[in-house]
Ligand binder design. Structure first.
Ligand code: HMH
Length: 242
């Protein structure tokens, strides 16, 4: 049985196997009620005239965006640590370009967060990190340790990106009623280009996992699950859960 599973994993790829095994948690992170409310337009303010609804609406998306700005600032050094690991440990020189592309797009992301904030009249320097966010940034920091293998770190990197990609692609996919004001946000992570970049990361991860020891595989799967749980918690901040 054990042997059969191993053979199966080799054929379909480890990631595919994980996604089948942990479908519920993956759906929890990529089809969160917050995302569904963007997609079905129920988050929309324009159909509700009362200013209170406006406040609630702006609050939940703004909480996520402001917290995400802080998250992305912590994400940059994490990605830099993955870059160092790729340089030291990778068996393929092409990995570095993919990761470097990620760093470049984070620069653009940070500028975009700043533009968005000024549009909404928020001062990002005054945003206080919520407990959930602090915990997630703590996870990133622990993954920056030189003791964490490249395979485990790149797995975390891929899943962090793919949750956003899958979530926001769902908001602009067939039949979505996403409000105009949120389209740009959704396009940022839901675009074809971002999907391609996530696919490049996924190819690296699959290649690494195929060669990984059982011990490393176990660690990588644990990290994969950990990230998914933190992503669910992150979305939960939109409901005022800190
Ligand atoms: C919380 C979170 N997860 C993933 C991404 C993708 O970059 C992001 N910006 N924020």
């Amino acid at each position: 049985m054990e042997q059969k599973l191993k053979e199966e994993e080799k054929k379909v790829g480890v990631i595919e196997t994980w996604l089948r095994k942990h479908t519920l948690l993956f759906k929890g992170a990529t089809r969160h009620p917050f995302i569904l409310s963007i997609r079905d337009g129920s988050i929309d303010i324009t159909s509700f005239k009362s200013w209170l609804k406006f406040a609630v609406y702006s609050c939940c998306i703004l909480v996520i965006q402001a917290q995400d700005y802080l998250f992305v600032r912590a994400f940059v050094p994490f990605v830099a640590s993955v870059l160092i690991k790729a340089w030291k440990e990778s068996d393929e020189s092409g990995d570095m370009e993919v990761i470097l592309g990620g760093v470049a797009s984070l620069e653009d992301e940070i500028s975009w967060f700043k533009r968005e904030a000024s549009k909404w009249g928020i001062s990002l320097s005054e945003v206080v990190p919520q407990q959930t966010n602090k915990k997630y940034c703590g996870l990133l920091e622990s993954l920056m340790s030189p003791d964490v293998e490249y395979t485990v770190a790149i797995t975390a990197f891929w899943v962090i990106e793919v949750v956003y990609q899958e979530s926001f692609a769902h908001c602009i996919g067939e039949g979505s009623k996403t409000p105009q004001e949120l389209k740009e946000t959704c396009e940022r992570w839901g675009s074809e280009a971002f999907a391609k970049y996530c696919q490049s990361l996924q190819n690296i991860v699959n290649r690494r996992l195929q060669k990984a020891s059982d011990e490393e595989l176990k660690k990588a799967e644990h990290t994969f699950l950990n990230v998914l749980e933190y992503e669910v918690d992150f979305w939960n901040m939109s409901r005022g859960n800190v």
